[in-house]
Design a protein around this ligand. Structure first.
Ligand code: ZN
Length: 295
């Protein structure tokens, strides 16, 4: 999520270049309002448009926790290693050939990509998902994510979720606003990854405005769509963050692989970081071992 991109970000900051991702996803076309209360789901006719996500009644946490987890993959940089890449930096870099093999393995094994919007409808309202669903997510907004999507994901008809830190938009090594908008228009999901990647656990006072409110508006302006999903920098979260995110329109948030919070499962959704040394079959095995069964 961070190393290389943030290294690049820090370099640009030091050079004095200080500037300061709901998408057009194929939402379920359900024409029902599902109000889930105490495990019972009411269905009401509500016209032909999907109910906006924020209007869906959120059931008790226990119900959300009881639904089988969907495997969610987290990528940062997808590019070939460079001699200057440290060993730890390589944990966040997946070489192009490895990424291609991993995606092909998912496709060959019958996986269908879904987006956070579909996951939310499933977790909150029990809406059905395709068989073998998976979410492919990218953090930080590194520039190669744009061509990699076109070259590798598009031919497989895979969609992805991009969590953007807005401080880096339009900077060297990061995606431009135009590229982010194009991803959204092509049916990918854009979410927020804060303004400048500071640890959410350390926020106080106006930090929430700087790190969530303003960048949310910026991404909404770029994409022309509501931004309702959040990814924690470094995957780090605490209980105090949940009401702050909720009050700012973030209906769900993604961490990394620690257990979900039993009282706030929508704001502690799990992901696994995929590394470049996983073959396709190894990736599928890891997905199964991490996400099968409740945690
Ligand atoms: Zn990150």
């Amino acid at each position: 999520m961070f190393k290389q991109c943030v290294v690049a970000l820090c370099s640009t900051l030091m050079a004095g270049f200080l500037v300061s991702c709901d998408s057009g996803q194929p939402q379920a076309t359900a024409n029902i309002v599902m109000a889930a209360k105490a495990g019972k789901e009411e269905k009401k006719e509500a016209g032909s448009f999907p109910v906006p996500l924020e209007k869906l009644a959120v059931p008790e946490a226990e119900i959300i926790m009881s639904r089988p987890q969907v495997p969610i993959l987290c990528y940062h940089q997808v590019r070939d290693y460079r001699p200057a890449d440290s060993k730890s930096a390589r944990d966040y870099i997946v070489p192009v050939a490895a990424f291609r093999e991993q995606m092909k393995a998912l496709s060959d094994s019958g996986y269908t990509t879904i987006l956070p919007e579909q996951l939310y409808r499933y977790l909150v309202a029990g809406e059905p998902l395709p068989q073998k669903p998976v979410i492919i997510s990218f953090d930080d907004g590194c520039d190669e994510q744009f061509p990699i999507t076109a070259e590798i994901l598009d031919p497989l008809n895979f969609k992805a979720a991009f969590f953007i830190m807005t401080v880096s938009v339009n900077r060297p090594n990061f995606m431009t606003g135009g590229q982010i908008r194009e991803l959204a228009e092509k049916g990918h999901s854009i979410g927020l990854h804060t303004w400048d990647h500071h640890n959410v656990k350390k926020y106080a006072g106006d930090d929430w405005v700087t790190q969530v409110e303003k960048p949310k508006l910026q991404l909404e302006k770029i994409t022309g769509r509501p931004i309702q999903f959040f990814a924690y920098p470094f995957g780090l979260w605490n209980e105090a963050a949940v009401p702050e995110l909720k009050s700012r329109g973030m209906i769900a948030a993604f961490q990394l692989s620690t257990p979900r919070d039993q009282s706030s499962p929508l704001h502690t959704i799990r992901r696994i970081i995929v590394t470049g040394d996983w073959s396709g079959p190894q990736l599928i095995k890891r997905m199964s071992s991490s996400f099968d069964g409740g945690k």
